[in-house]
Design a protein around this ligand. Structure first.
Ligand code: UDX
Length: 455
């Protein structure tokens, strides 16, 4: 099939490369000409395992192309995917400016029957709005062209996006047109081989499914974070409780990890957007309010523990905290809504120095920190180390904000010797508290009873 993908961000690039890989002719458009130049030179602007090889391979095979020109992009295909960003507005609602501008550009140029597939996360009712905009544009030039808008939300997880796309759990297709549904079924057949993965529904239900799925996962995380804090008070261990809960097949083991609260580009934004949608329709989704509030307070949990350890935030001035992990989760350089940045912000406010290390997100994190805290503050309080061991040198305590593989089995004897106050604040519950304590280190996890080891 001939496919055009509008937007070469995370979702657009992964979808375009994966569709090309199974034999489709895919043209990706982005209005950012510099990005298109980079892509045409085989350079990938985001970090995602396997993506660069997939893009380069399919470009070389002539199945994956890039352009900044709408005329070429719209003329190329009869199936156009919208994969543009829908960033949050001040009030939490999704900003549809990129969607509406893309749709006008398509409506002005389209010459033949076309299916417009929306992959961006958009509020319920957006497909109808998109259709109206296209009809307006067609009407303005007196054109009569068959046009269908399909909703096909994306459930990709950063760091596992190619695998998620190639072997999806389910493919949600919201369509009110049987012909469009049949084409979508054919398009996705290579990704749905062993059993039918397509879940067909009406457009509005598909739009709500995306928000519902992310909000459900966020609910599990916030619930576990609250339970973890209770476990701590009660002298129980949330890691043991998690295994006990997750082995019930009705619950399942995933998204039950207590930590520093959810971050990333989806959960925080989608929970807020769903809250805004419900408020706009006169409904008060109290459970979502609670999920958000719990997450906001959980983002400060490590700071609170560190401050308590030093007997008050005012005692932190002049201390040095080693910080392992900056990205919001492993295998990505994405730091959007990363708990590490919330922690650094609080440490800076307490005039505490941070020596950070991250396997890939260092450059991106420094860029965001400079923007948020300014050159002078970063100069005095922040240093990027080029290894996990270097971050620890001369530090008082160690904090861990991302569960990168390379942090899973550190040399605890080295840490005990290097850390002035011999304490580890583990925001991801990576270690066995008793094992860590056996090295003479004080271990503070999340929801793990009393701190282990010498105080
Ligand atoms: C998520 C959804 O999983 C994906 O389906 C959707 O398309 C986009 O949003 P992503 O943001 O890439 O994907 O990351 P994910 O792995 O789901 O983690 C989100 C956040 O939740 C991270 O901050 C992670 O650390 C946190 N998390 C996840 C927990 O705190 N505990 C868990 O048990 C799982």
């Amino acid at each position: 099939m001939k496919i055009t993908v509008i937007g070469t961000g995370y979702v657009g690039l992964v979808s375009g490369a994966c569709f090309a890989d199974v034999g489709n002719a895919v043209l990706c458009l982005d209005t950012d000409e510099r990005k298109i130049e980079l892509l045409n030179a085989g350079r990938i602007p985001i970090f995602e395992p396997g993506l660069d090889a997939l893009v380069v391979h399919n470009m070389a095979a002539g199945r994956l192309m890039f352009t900044a020109d709408y005329d070429t992009a719209v003329a190329h295909a009869d199936l156009i995917f919208l994969c543009v960003g829908t960033p949050p507005e001040e009030d939490g609602s999704a900003d549809l400016a990129h969607i509406l501008s893309a749709v006008r550009n398509i409506g002005r140029r389209v010459q033949r029957p076309t299916i417009l597939v929306n992959k961006s996360t958009v509020p319920v009712g957006t497909a109808e709005r998109v259709k109206r905009v296209i009809e307006e544009e067609l009407g303005a030039r007196g054109a009569h062209i068959d046009f269908t808008v399909v909703s096909n939300p994306e459930f990709l997880k950063e760091g596992a996006a190619i695998e998620n796309f190639m072997r999806p759990d389910r493919i949600v297709v919201g369509s009110d047109d049987p012909h469009a549904t049949a084409i979508m079924r054919r398009l996705y057949a290579p990704f749905s081989r062993n059993h039918e993965k397509l879940v067909e529904m009406d457009v509005r239900s598909a739009e709500l499914t995306k928000y519902g799925a992310n909000a459900m996962l966020a609910t599990r995380i916030s619930f576990m974070n609250e339970l973890a804090n209770l476990a701590e008070t009660l002298g129980a261990d949330i890691e043991q409780v998690r295994r006990g809960i997750g082995s019930d097949p009705r619950i399942g083991p995933d998204y039950l990890y207590a930590g520093m609260g959810y971050g990333g580009s989806c959960f925080p934004k989608d929970v807020k957007a769903l809250l805004k949608t419900s408020a706009d329709h006169g409904q008060d989704l109290r459970i979502l309010d609670a999920i958000e509030a719990v997450n906001a307070s959980q983002r400060n949990i490590l700071f609170k523990k560190i401050a308590r350890f030093f007997k008050g935030a005012d005692q932190l001035a002049g201390k040095t905290i080693a910080l392992w992990g900056l990205s919001f989760k492993p295998n990505t350089d994405d730091v959007r809504e990363a708990p590490s940045l919330a922690l650094i912000g609080e440490l800076f406010a307490a005039n505490c120095r941070v020596q950070a290390y991250d396997p890939v997100a260092g450059i991106e994190a420094r860029r965001v920190l400079l923007r948020e805290h300014g050159e002078a503050r970063c100069q005095t309080l922040f240093r990027m180390a080029n290894s996990a061991a270097a971050a620890v040198e001369g530090a008082d305590v160690l904090a861990i904000a991302t569960e990168w593989k390379e942090f899973r089995s550190p040399d605890f004897s080295f840490l005990a010797a290097a850390l002035r106050h011999r304490a580890i604040f583990d925001g991801r519950n990576l270690y066995d508290p008793q094992f860590v304590a056996s090295f003479g280190l004080v271990y503070h996890g999340i929801g793990r009873a009393a701190p282990m080891g010498r105080q």
